[in-house]
Design a protein around this ligand. Structure first.
Ligand SMILES: [Zn+2]
Length: 362
């Protein structure tokens, strides 16, 4: 090797070394999903044509709560945290009217395949093609992190849908997954946990075996305060259930409540030394849905536009770009690598995960 070549390789080595060692400020990650919540409502708020369809929640109520003639006011009325705090301090992707596109890469367009793609960084159309309670053969990013010294025992999930223990494969991964309409058993339960345990078995639940999102959130928030995990996943479900029933008012209300949960969570995070200015939130959905009054209740292979999703992000490493404009295309399979990139780690598993969205750091 000539001295010149030696110098060149040394520089190249140093460059790679510093790139791999690039320090991010994020030490904790909270991933949040709203099942089947459409990008259309995220960016334009309530849709008046869907509101008119309502039979259960009468139009005047709904109109007063969520309708504004100005689109910016309308989306803010639906998702106040998203369009005040997140829009000024974070980044929002997926407004197709502005050229920003986010899609799933699986061809199934429903929940288990979507969550598998978010959490493993790859679509698996061959093996993941139903919502059946089958233990996921793929390793999720949660398991990948839980297997590292820094995160061992510091990864947990609170989910409304009871298929998550299978998606996250709690048996193999050892990750704590809280789900289902049942009391949550903890050591030294707090007053809040005791109260939630009393209520969960006495509050009528229209969603049957799906835990109401408020329980998922408050059980999870209490866990966060008690156990201080470094990686926490909240999976909310009501939006999808109400949409399937054609209950647009309830669908909007659920999204609005979830936005308030996220706001409460953010306020807590900013008040705690472990989390303040060291925590990134990633918020997204598992799939989209139809885009007109006939198809909005549905998703799946018969509704191709259900591949369209959105994502938002807020944290110490992501500059406040607000609503992202201009042509760009990202995929759901990039979220897992993006999540670990924020923690300064490269995500690897048995498949080839989608590349991290490095532009969010600029
Ligand atoms: Zn669904």
């Amino acid at each position: 090797m000539t001295p010149k070549l030696l110098l060149a390789s040394l520089l190249l080595f140093l460059f790679h070394f510093s790139a791999a060692q690039k320090k991010t400020k994020t030490e904790n990650i909270i991933l949040i999903t709203l099942d089947g919540f459409r990008w259309q409502e995220v960016f334009t708020g309530a849709d008046s044509s869907f509101m008119k369809q309502q039979t259960f929640l009468k139009d005047p109520n709904l109109k007063e709560k969520f309708w504004r003639s100005n689109q910016e006011e309308r989306r803010k009325a639906l998702l106040p945290f998203m369009w005040t705090t997140l829009a000024t301090q974070g980044q929002l992707y997926g407004n197709r009217a502005l050229g920003s596109k986010v899609d799933v890469s699986n061809n199934q367009l429903f929940s288990y395949p979507g969550y598998n793609e978010i959490l493993t960084g790859s679509a698996d159309n061959e093996r993941i093609h139903s919502n059946d309670k089958i233990y996921n053969p793929n390793t999720t990013v949660l398991e990948f992190l839980n297997n590292q010294q820094r995160f061992k025992g510091k990864v947990a999930a609170f989910t409304s849908w009871d298929v998550f223990p299978y998606i996250i494969n709690d048996k193999r991964s050892g990750i704590y997954v809280s789900t289902g309409v049942q009391e949550v058993k903890t050591t030294n339960p707090t007053d809040v946990e005791k109260m939630l345990n009393k209520m969960i078995l006495s509050v009528p639940n229209p969603l049957e075996d799906v835990r109401l999102d408020a329980f998922t959130f408050y059980y999870g928030l209490e866990y966060l305060k008690k156990n201080k995990p470094k990686v926490l996943y909240f999976s909310f479900d009501e939006t999808d259930d109400f949409a399937h029933r054609g209950e647009y008012g309830a669908y909007l209300n659920s999204a609005n409540y979830t936005d308030k949960f996220i706001s409460e969570l953010w306020t807590y995070l900013q008040s705690e030394t472990q989390y303040k200015n060291k925590t990134t939130l990633i918020i997204t959905s598992d799939h989209g849905r139809g885009d007109n009054t006939e198809t909005w209740t549905d998703h799946g292979q018969g509704v191709p536009v259900a591949s369209q999703i959105w994502m938002t992000i807020i944290g110490p490493d992501t500059p406040p770009l607000g609503e992202v404009k201009g042509e760009s295309q990202y995929y759901q399979n990039q979220l897992a690598s993006t999540l670990t990139m924020l923690l300064g780690i490269e995500y690897k598993n048995e498949k080839k995960p989608g590349p991290p969205i490095s532009s969010i750091l600029k």
